[in-house]
Structures are given as C-alpha cells and as structure tokens.
Design a protein around this ligand. Sequence first.
Ligand code: HEC
Length: 115
Amino acid sequence: MKKLGLASITLLVSGLVFASLGYDDEARANGPELAENEFGILKTAEGAEETFYACTACHSEMIVAQQGLTRQGWDEMLVWMVEEQGMYEIEEPDRTKILDYLSTHYNEDRPHFPR
Ligand code: HEC
C-alpha cells in the first residue's frame, strides 16, 4: 500500500509537469506571426523600413504613397514635416535613404499610386 501511494504521487506530479509543458507549447504556437507585408502598402524595397517607421508615427503610410514628388519635392516635404508638423529631424544616413526611396518609388510618375 505504501509503494502504491508513492507511485500515484509520482504520477500526479509528472502529470502536472506535462500539463504545464503543454500549455507553454500552445502559447508559443499562438505567438505573433509576421504580417504579410511588414510595411503596409509601401513598396518593399531598400529604404522602405526607414520610411515606414519615420512616417507612420503620425499618419498612415497611405498619405505618403498617395503623393508623387521629385526628389527636391520630397526634400521640401520633409523640411515642412519638421518645421510645421512637429516631425523630429531624421538623422543621416536614414534621411538620404528615405529620400532615395521616396524619389525612386513615389516620384511624379506615381508607379505605386494606391488604387
Ligand atoms: C510628427 C508627426 C509627423 C511625422 C513623423 C510625419 N508627418 Fe507627414 N504629416 C503630418 C501631419 C500633421 C500632416 C497633415 C498636415 C496637413 O494636412 O495640414 C502630414 C501630412 C503629410 C503629407 C500630405 C501633405 C499634403 O500635401 O497633403 C505627406 C505627403 C506627408 N505628411 C509625408 C510624410 C513623410 C514622407 C514622413 C516621413 C519621412 C512624414 N510625413 C512624417 C505629421 C507628420
């Protein structure tokens, strides 16, 4: 009788351990998944990440994608964001990266205009 008692306690304890392991596995399986497009509607390309994080702090990336500007136009847009809209000054090399990205993919020919 004494042996049986010990065995059932052991069973009970290992049962609890397995139960909690199972719970952990489930939590991991339901963890965050990578979004299909990490940068919203912005075209995935060099500079998209920097642009997305610098610009979506205040507004949707849609407002960016809807614009089509020359490089100089974008440069002035960034200055206006800082001077009039309270955007922080973007440090180099990110500012150049963002300008390259915007003037390549969101220039006046608007190849990625959202529709
Ligand atoms: C600190 C907040 C802030 C950040 C950061 C910011 N913007 Fe803006 N942006 C605004 C506000 C506010 C408006 C709306 C201004 C208005 O319509 O009067 C705006 C409007 C715009 C517009 C529309 C302009 C128009 O003519 O209607 C564009 C394009 C734009 N932002 C681009 C950008 C880009 C590109 C970035 C990233 C480099 C950026 N913004 C980051 C605040 C911000």
